[in-house]
Design a protein around this ligand. Structure first.
Ligand SMILES: Nc1ncnc2c1ncn2[C@@H]1O[C@H](COP(=O)(O)OP(=O)(O)OP(=O)(O)O)[C@@H](O)[C@H]1O
Ligand SMILES: [Mg+2]
Length: 226
């Protein structure tokens, strides 16, 4: 097989992204894709629009790493936001790894034996909790709440709340949604109710200390008094 060698590939690497595409009969990566596929073994942020070839690039990056013996397939973790994207990435990865297995001969590397883990962030987090939660004192049978179950729980919390609510005028469902949104934001930013209350009261104090401003209307009236 004749192999092209890309100038961007470090000397220890034997398979360039172009070599792999050629061997597998896939369209060659664009120069931008090639730079990502053959990038160094470190964190990289790639910003690309819808349909621009992100999944293809991720799959090719894995293939390049595996083909050059830099990682094994079972050391790959692919996480996406949606189940559809996870399925697409897993499908493309599996078929490309199978094809790679047919063209590459690595004695000490099992390319298709152990598949990479591809999942959504949420599903993977759920798996981590059920497999390793015990280390943090979480019961092994614990499950993450589904969306419907979270809604039900928030609904119960809102309905059983007996504190001051005179300033809250929204419909029940709006309040439940607000509670869920707040709870989600608190979880994502690792904040508890106490720290939120502290922040809110200091923000309220700051606002109260600001002298009343002039509205556009009052400014306009000043400029053109009757
Ligand atoms: N270098 C390339 N040459 C030819 N076709 C390509 C190339 N890169 C990607 N494609 C094709 O372009 C299409 C879109 O690619 P891909 O699905 O990877 O994009 P995406 O950014 O993940 O899309 P989405 O935003 O929908 O997830 C696919 O059919 C893919 O095979
Ligand atoms: Mg995609």
């Amino acid at each position: 097989m004749s192999l092209e060698t890309s100038t961007t590939v470090p000397p220890t690497v034997t398979w360039s992204a172009l070599d792999i595409a050629k061997a597998l009969g896939s369209p060659p990566p664009t120069p931008e894709q090639q730079a990502i596929i053959e990038g160094p073994l470190e964190s990289t942020l790639v910003v690309a629009g819808a349909g621009s070839g992100k999944t293809e690039t991720m799959a090719s990056r894995v293939l390049w790493l595996v083909a050059n013996g830099l990682v094994r397939p079972d050391q790959i973790l692919g996480l996406t936001f949606t189940r559809k994207a996870a399925l697409e990435l897993a499908t493309r990865l599996t078929s490309k790894l199978r094809a790679l297995d047919g063209v590459i001969d690595h004695e000490d590397l099992d390319i298709v034996g152990v598949a990479p883990v591809v999942s959504t962030y949420h599903a993977y987090a759920g798996r981590l909790v059920s497999e390793h939660g015990l280390r943090k004192g979480i019961e092994p049978g614990s499950r993450l709440l589904s969306e419907a179950a979270s809604w039900q729980l928030a609904h119960e919390v809102v309905h059983s709340y007996t504190g001051e609510m005179s300033q809250v005028t929204g419909a029940d469902s709006t309040i439940v949604e607000a509670v869920l949104r707040l709870s989600g934001e608190m979880a994502e930013h690792l904040q508890d109710a106490e720290s939120i209350m502290e922040w809110l009261s200091s923000a309220a104090d700051q606002l109260a200390a600001v002298p009343p401003g002039k509205t556009d209307k009052s400014l306009g009236q000043k400029r053109a008094p009757r």
